[in-house]
Write a protein that binds this ligand. Structure first.
Ligand SMILES: *[C@@H]1O[C@H](CO)[C@@H](O)[C@H](O)[C@H]1NC(C)=O
Ligand SMILES: *[C@@H]1O[C@H](CO)[C@@H](O)[C@H](O)[C@H]1NC(C)=O
Length: 315
């Protein structure tokens, strides 16, 4: 194999695996099991697990309130973003229970041009509850009961019909345990290590760029639209905030047909600029797959306001 070929093979083996499941559903065991199975594969990919404990994050503190939880997701997301180009296969071991968050991770995989899949640990709530209890008795890291119930309630099940939940490999730890021989682990390893060429149909390598000229033109238009619309929203917020003497904005209308903006605290221009850049990046990457890009200025504005409310509000 010449150098370019080796490089290509490495590139094609890059992947992001999102582990998803209720608290105490066996996700970390599944992640470790998958990592081990992958390392035994013929192509010997380098595998890295990104989890909460690698950042010394305490479960109760990380999920105590919305800002902490958002911070945790942000930390994991930036680590995924940084690592995707360095390591072959990244496994994110965290709840990953919010649909919008899995979508963001999927966008990162897409921007990096890698394979992607979701491994779901499907365990009934009573079992998860029991496992949390058992951990506490064994003095292993457990969740506070209130936090546990809140997380269980907010869990958004992956659905293989969503591009960001697909392909979806399902594990049933309470019924079958978690083994390297579990069907979901075997199938995931096959999917992640399979050699691909132009004829391969069953493995999707996400593409950062788009193929046809006309799609590019459409994308350019929608990016331009997006740029203008978000700038307008940003200016309206700055104005509203100066009218509110720099305080937080609660239910302030940004114009007819637009959702109102709710911020739990004042936001400065640098933060708004940063959020706008991230938003444009996220929507730009979703132009061919995933939710459709906004087709007109108004829907771009609505999406941006919704995004800001999620990022700046109380949750
Ligand atoms: C987190 O990942 C590291 C490897 O990156 C591993 O050594 C550690 O056991 C993992 N923690 C848990 C709780 O699984
Ligand atoms: C979280 O809080 C519960 C009690 O509310 C405690 O039993 C548990 O050990 C705490 N977990 C961690 C990781 O500190």
């Amino acid at each position: 194999m010449n150098k370019a070929n080796i490089k290509l093979q490495l590139f094609l083996q890059m992947a992001l695996v999102v582990i998803c499941g209720q608290p105490c559903s066996g996700k970390s065991i599944a992640a470790a099991c998958l990592a081990e199975a992958l390392q035994e594969a013929e192509s010997k990919p380098s595998v890295r697990i990104i989890n909460e404990s690698s950042f010394h994050l305490n479960r109760n503190q990380s999920y105590a309130d919305m800002p902490s939880e958002k911070n945790l997701r942000g930390v994991l997301r930036s680590e995924v973003d940084r690592s995707l180009s360095r390591d072959n296969i990244i496994i994110v071991d965290s709840l990953n229970s919010i649909k919008g968050y899995r979508y963001e991770l999927w966008c990162l995989a897409r921007a990096a041009g890698t394979r992607y899949c979701v491994l779901h640990c499907d365990v009934e709530e009573p079992n998860c509850r029991k496992w949390n209890q058992e951990r506490r008795e064994k003095v292993e890291p457990a969740y506070d009961d209130n936090i546990f119930e809140d997380l269980v309630r907010r869990f958004e099940r992956p659905d293989s019909k969503n591009r960001w939940d697909s392909p979806l490999f399902e594990l049933w730890p309470s019924k079958d345990g978690i083994e390297k021989s579990s069907a979901a682990i075997v199938d995931a390893v096959t999917y992640l290590t399979k050699k691909v060429d132009s004829k391969t149909k069953d493995v999707r390598v996400l593409q950062p760029t788009i193929a046809t000229q006309s799609a590019r033109v459409t994308e350019a238009n929608s990016l331009y639209e997006m740029d203008r619309a978000t700038l307008e929203v940003m200016n309206m917020i700055v104005e509203a905030q100066s009218r509110a003497m720099g305080g937080p904005l609660n239910g302030v209308s940004l114009g007819p047909g637009l959702p109102s903006i709710d911020t739990s605290r004042p936001v400065g221009l640098p933060e708004l600029r940063r959020l706008r850049r991230t938003f444009i990046k996220l929507t730009g990457q979703s132009s061919l797959s995933g939710p459709p890009p906004p087709s007109d200025a108004d829907s771009a504005k609505r999406m941006f306001v919704d995004y800001l409310n999620r990022e700046l509000g109380n949750g």
